[in-house]
Ligand binder design. Structure first.
Ligand SMILES: [Zn+2]
Length: 448
């Protein structure tokens, strides 16, 4: 199965439509706040009802719902008509955040008349690719309006307003051998040259840009990050690849949502997309926080019933996986080198950096088998450390049987990552089956 089309199954045109919607979602979601707003808009359009975590909930069978926390995490679910105690909940997990450069609270730096912004590195960003990119800034601002009321707003400069120029090789002859990057001194992006009465205070610049000169309005605080303005694209001579920022892990958020929207309403299906995975998940809206547990509590108020249902459920934690890089093949175990466009990857780690076990992996393989999608597997080399994701954290917090899967990608945590055109579509087909497949998720004992 060497052709992407073969791995995808289904119609080429349906996949093309799916991928072009994926690219639009990636482009429109430069921050977790924007991603959640876009996911919520898609849910609204599909008739899901928004729930307020601060209000009482009355849930009806066959209806879809969602709630958000901090504007950067979202849980959406369909209350199925089938009995939860028999069939459990079909859960899919992903994360909304990606490594990036975030603007510091007092960011202004003026060096030789160049106005730059100090940045903090969010997550395990690969810093080299941030140089010589046409950068923009997006996120959330909180401001006091002209009447003295506090307000919040999502903002996006949506055009290249900054750049981090490389140092020329003539000024660092060792650049190709051993250039390292100091995050404090080497990467503050340049915004403009000072003078000519230009304002340099960043909050003033934000107010000028986004508050339309509203009299008395003042930006108080913000969470803003830099992002690359280059749009996501299909690349390669035969367009085998998707190139984009934030494939890790907005790709899985999009696939998870599309699969939930395809849920028919018989089975109870849930999608959780958490913020803060790239910095360890320990926050009120992160996977190590109480958000999912509290939603499950409100879906199934009785504690014993809830425990029994969770034990019969399955969480498919979808994040990215490292495809074996053709220029660096020795970084993978010879028998576990996932290929792009050859299907989703089941990720295994005996130290529980991934939550997969033989039961949860076999269920996933069976689902893939039923929709004719190939599956690959990944373990890290035994002489290298292993990454992790929300799977083991969610499993620890909630106690749900879990497995970790991922789309094979290159350049994980770069400002521009690379995935295959067939794999997101393939995962969407598996998860759509998962959300609609009737019956118990338990595997029968065959005796000893
Ligand atoms: Zn990830």
């Amino acid at each position: 199965m060497n052709s992407p089309t073969a791995a995808a199954g289904g119609g080429e045109s349906a996949r093309d439509v799916f991928n072009s919607r994926l690219l639009e979602f990636l482009a429109a979601s430069p921050t977790p706040f924007h991603a959640v707003a876009n996911l919520a808009a898609m849910l609204d359009q599909a008739g899901f009802r928004q729930l307020d975590e601060g209000a009482g909930w009355a849930l009806e069978k066959g209806q879809g719902y969602y709630c958000t926390r901090n504007g950067s995490s979202i849980i959406a679910f369909v209350m199925g008509r089938q009995p939860l105690l028999d069939n459990g909940i079909r859960m899919v997990g992903a994360h909304t955040d990606s490594p990036c450069l975030m603007v510091k609270p007092q960011p202004e730096i003026n060096t030789r008349g160049y106005v730059k912004l100090g940045v903090e590195v969010y997550g395990g960003a690969l810093l080299n690719p941030w140089f010589d990119r046409d950068l923009s800034i997006a996120g959330r601002i909180v401001y006091r309006d002209g009447e003295g009321e506090l307000r919040q707003r999502l903002v996006d400069f949506a055009e290249p307003v900054a750049v981090i120029p490389s140092l020329a090789i003539h000024l660092d002859r060792q650049a190709n051998e051993n250039r390292s990057i100091n995050a404090q001194t080497d990467i503050p992006p340049v915004l403009f040259q000072s003078g000519q009465g230009r304002a340099e205070d960043f909050r003033t610049l934000l107010a000028e840009r986004f508050l339309d000169g509203e009299a008395g309005a003042r930006v108080l605080d913000y969470e803003l990050c830099f992002y690359d303005t280059q749009k996501p694209a299909l690349v390669g001579l035969h367009r085998d690849f998707i190139a984009s920022a934030r494939l890790d892990n907005l790709l899985s958020c999009f696939v998870g949502l599309e699969s939930l929207l395809a849920a028919q309403g018989d089975e109870t299906a849930l999608l959780v997309c958490n913020d803060h995975e790239e910095v360890g998940s320990a926050s009120a809206c992160g996977a190590q926080g109480p958000m999912l547990a509290s939603v499950l509590e409100r879906m199934i108020p009785d504690g014993q019933t809830r425990t029994r249902v969770i034990g019969r459920s399955l969480m498919i934690s979808a994040d990215n996986a490292h495809g074996v890089h053709p220029n660096f093949t020795t970084r993978h175990d010879d028998n576990h080198g996932p290929l792009l466009n050859q299907g989703p990857v089941i990720k295994v780690n005996v130290k529980q950096r991934y939550a997969t076990n033989s039961l949860t992996a076999a269920l996933f393989r069976q689902l893939a088998h039923e929709v004719y999608v190939p599956v690959q597997s990944f373990v890290t080399r035994s002489d290298m450390g292993c990454g992790s994701t929300i799977g083991p954290i969610t499993a620890s917090e909630v106690g749900v049987p879990t497995l970790d899967v991922g789309m094979p990608t290159f350049a994980m945590h770069s400002i521009r990552e690379l995935a295959g055109v067939a794999d997101a579509w393939a995962l969407q087909r598996i998860l759509t089956l998962f959300n609609n497949r009737g019956g118990s998720l338990a595997i029968a004992e065959a005796g000893v």
